[in-house]
Ligand binder design. Structure first.
Ligand SMILES: Nc1ncnc2c1ncn2[C@@H]1O[C@H](COP(=O)(O)OP(=O)(O)OP(=O)(O)O)[C@@H](O)[C@H]1O
Ligand SMILES: [Mg+2]
Length: 258
C-alpha cells in the first residue's frame, strides 16, 4: 500500500482535482483506492462542500457501475486515528491512499504529510508554484519524495526550468491539461467509460480529442507516479548526447574514408 499526500499552501491549486483524477485512473488500472479527506473539518471555508462533493461523486461512480470497494472515501476526523485508518485500509487490500488536504498549516496537515510515501504539489501556474511550498518545513528525519504536478498551465506554458525554479522542487514530467473533463469531474460518472464511449459526431472532434488527451495524460501520470514510488524518476528526453554520438561516428567514418 502506498500513501500519497497532496500539498499546497495556496487555495485552489488543484489538490482536489488531482486527487479525483488520480483516483479514477488508478481504479481504471485495477488498483483499489481510498481517498482520505484530510481537510480541516468545519474550520475551513467550503469544507462541507468538498466532503459532500467527494461522497456524492463516489455515489455517482457507483451508479455508473463502479464496484463500491474499488474507490472508497473516508473523512479523517481525529488526528490520532490515522494509524488505525491506515491499518484498516491495508487489511481491506487498498493499494493507494490519496490524502486530499487544505492549504492551512495545521497539525492535521502535518499528520497527512508524515504518513506520505510521496507528496504531490499540484500547481496551475508559476505564481501558484511560488506560493505552494511557502513556509512549509518537512521533517528532515527521513527521505521524503516530493514532486510538483503541473496542471491546467496557461499558454504559452512555462518551461520546466521555470517551473522547478518557482516551486523549489522537482516537477513530474507528465502534466495535466486545462480540460473541461477535470472541471466537470464532480458531476461526471466514470471517466474511463465516458472516454471509451465518446462519439465524435455527437461531441465534436475537438472536444473528443481534448477528453481523450486529458484521460490519457491522467493514466500516464499514474504510471509516472508508480515509477516514483519504486524510486525511479523519469528524466526529460535529451537528444543532445545521442546527436553527439552520431556525429562522432560520422566523423570517424569520414576519417577512415579519407
Ligand atoms: N486541469 C484542470 N483543468 C481545468 N480546471 C481545473 C484543472 N485543475 C483544477 N481546475 C479547476 O480549478 C479550480 C480549483 O481546483 P481544486 O478545487 O481542485 O483546487 P484545491 O486546491 O482543491 O482548492 P481548495 O483550496 O478550494 O481546496 C476548480 O474549479 C477546478 O475545477
Ligand atoms: Mg480542495
Amino acid at each position: 500500500m502506498h500513501t500519497i499526500t497532496m500539498l499546497g499552501m495556496k487555495g485552489g491549486t488543484g489538490r482536489t482535482t488531482v486527487t479525483m483524477a488520480l483516483a479514477m485512473a488508478f481504479v481504471a488500472k485495477g488498483r483499489r483506492v481510498l481517498i482520505v479527506d484530510g481537510t480541516e473539518n468545519g474550520t475551513e471555508r467550503g469544507h462541507v462542500e468538498v466532503c459532500v462533493t467527494l461522497q456524492r461523486w463516489q455515489s455517482l461512480l457507483v451508479e455508473d457501475g463502479l464496484a463500491e470497494d474499488a474507490l472508497e472515501i473516508e473523512t479523517f476526523d481525529a488526528d490520532d486515528a490515522l494509524e488505525d485508518l491506515l491499518s484498516r485500509a491495508r487489511r481491506r487490500g487498498i493499494d493507494i491512499v490519496l490524502f486530499d488536504t487544505s492549504n492551512r498549516r495545521t497539525d492535521r496537515l502535518a499528520t497527512c504529510l508524515e504518513a506520505a510515501d510521496l507528496i504531490l504539489v499540484p500547481f496551475l501556474g508559476l505564481l501558484e508554484a511560488e506560493y505552494s511550498l511557502n513556509r512549509i518545513e518537512l521533517s528532515a528525519d527521513r527521505d521524503i519524495s516530493l514532486f510538483g504536478v503541473a496542471s491546467a498551465l496557461s499558454h504559452p506554458a512555462p518551461t520546466r526550468e521555470e517551473m522547478v525554479e518557482a516551486l523549489g522542487a522537482p516537477v513530474l514530467q507528465t502534466t495535466l491539461p486545462r480540460a473541461a473533463l477535470f472541471r466537470e469531474m464532480p458531476n461526471r460518472g466514470r471517466l474511463d467509460r465516458l472516454v471509451a464511449n465518446l462519439d465524435k459526431r455527437e461531441s465534436g472532434l475537438t472536444a473528443t480529442l481534448a477528453m481523450r488527451d486529458a484521460w490519457a495524460r491522467t493514466l500516464d501520470l499514474t504510471t509516472e507516479i508508480e515509477w516514483v514510488l519504486k524510486g525511479q524518476v523519469l528524466k526529460p528526453y535529451d537528444p543532445e548526447p545521442e546527436l553527439m554520438r552520431a556525429r562522432r561516428i560520422v566523423a570517424r567514418a569520414e576519417e577512415m574514408a579519407a
